[in-house]
Ligand binder design. Sequence first.
Ligand code: DC
Length: 220
Amino acid sequence: MINIAIDGPSGAGKSTVAKLVAAKLGITYLDTGAMYRACALYAVRRSVSVNDEEQVAKLLPDVDISFAGEGESKRVLLNGEDVSSAIREHAISKAASDISKLHCVRDFLVAQQRKIASESNVVLDGRDITSNVLPNAKYKFFLTASADVRAERRYKELIARGADIEYEKVKADIIDRDKNDSQRAYAPLVLTPDSTLIDSSEMTPEQVADVIIAQVMADK
Ligand code: DC
């Protein structure tokens, strides 16, 4: 199986790049962040605090996350409902970051991610793929960009969705979420020594995808 693991902070361009790599190689893309977002959405809708491990653990048996379609038309399904837009709401980003600290949630999702990776050729992006989900993946990348570039990308994405939000708020939230994701106790975002570090601040998504594909092709 080809497993390509991509980690990095929010707004580094991971999902855009991962989709491009998957399309070019004709393999599956697994957006692990979408899985944490779907869990957060489920808890928020049930009015359960995303910090309450006991209550969240009780919800998990009722959470079924799946994906439909490929490429740009790929949808995230939560118990069969298309939640692709709902999970991208700004408020769900922080809720996802908080719920991802819980052991029960990570164990629940990581088991699903490992199963998918063992059954198919897949590009996975997230925070703990290189360090925890697939530490033995052959292809490991850490994608980053400056905080300003990442905030600007996220701001444009939210505005394009019709959100009413200030750039400064987006930047402050992105810095706060990075801290939350890198400083948590269980499976934090880390740059592993065997990952290739790519700073995408001055690169297009196509250029980043080409770097990743070149490394995979060099082995063929
Ligand atoms: O990639 P994203 O912004 O959609 O991810 C949302 C949150 O989910 C992120 O702030 C941290 C968490 N996450 C995680 O802890 N581990 C992953 N592999 C992917 C995401």
